[in-house]
Design a protein around this ligand. Structure first.
Ligand SMILES: NC(=O)c1ccc[n+]([C@@H]2O[C@H](COP(=O)([O-])OP(=O)(O)OC[C@H]3O[C@@H](n4cnc5c(N)ncnc54)[C@H](OP(=O)(O)O)[C@@H]3O)[C@@H](O)[C@H]2O)c1
Length: 194
């Protein structure tokens, strides 16, 4: 089985963006040893334009060969005219409103999202599946998530977009790794208890 890994950036109080989901205030934290860590340990999670900027665009994929994201998260790139923001991965965008894919590398999943992700996980071989978010899609796929990588930034927001847009239900995870960085960012990796 291929793993579905939710890699997500959040505040100390667990929000992934402002109340509208905007996470751009987090970008300045991606510097120094934390930026180096992302570059070496999680190079596939960077969008293509960032990979070109930091010179990792020629690297073979390390962890992931597929990405799943919600239409609202995809919109962030689309608004900038980028139709394939993760061109080094197979891109799946969950949407019931996008009728046609804007890019040949992007497949729209309009129905049975859970079933489609289960089928991706059941494929033979290959690398893992990167669940990019946002909150709504992570909530819809919560029971399929095998691993969570949480990048926590040293800020408190008070309110904002939650990590999972789903109802109350407790799922147990095991802490696999904790890494901390000079600017106060902490990255925790958890795997689901089965
Ligand atoms: N901090 C971080 O690391 C991080 C990472 C990713 C995203 N974000 C932020 O998260 C925000 C977006 O999050 P969000 O929760 O508003 O939206 P989202 O999860 O990115 O996308 C929601 C959309 O996905 C589609 N969708 C959801 N469930 C579906 C299902 N079961 N089947 C088919 N389609 C489904 C719907 O699209 P339609 O309306 O088209 O039907 C829905 O409106 C963005 O502002 C982004 O910046 C932050």
């Amino acid at each position: 089985m291929r793993k579905l890994t939710y890699v997500i950036a959040c505040s100390i109080d667990g929000f992934i963006g402002d109340p509208d989901g905007d996470a751009s205030y987090m970008y300045p934290y991606v510097v120094g040893d934390f930026a180096e860590y992302l570059k070496s340990e999680h190079p596939d999670i960077n969008p293509s334009h960032v990979r070109r900027l930091i010179g990792t665009d020629g690297l073979p994929n390390k962890e992931f060969d597929t990405i799943v994201q919600g239409r609202a998260s995809y919109d962030v790139a689309l608004k900038e005219g980028i139709t394939s923001p993760f061109s080094h991965l197979r891109e799946y965008v969950a949407s019931r409103t996008l009728k046609e894919s804007p890019d040949p590398n992007v497949e729209i999943v309009s129905e049975d999202l859970v079933g489609r992700v289960r089928a991706l996980k059941a494929e033979d071989g290959g690398l893992g599946i990167y669940l990019c978010g946002g909150s709504a899609v992570a909530g819809a796929l919560i029971d399929e998530i095998d691993e969570i990588v949480i990048k926590t930034y040293p800020v408190v927001q008070g309110s904002g977009m939650p990590m999972f847009g789903s109802g109350f239900a407790v799922s147990e995870f095991t802490l696999d790794e904790v890494r901390s960085f000079d600017n106060g960012v902490v990255v925790r990796t958890y795997s689901r208890k089965r």
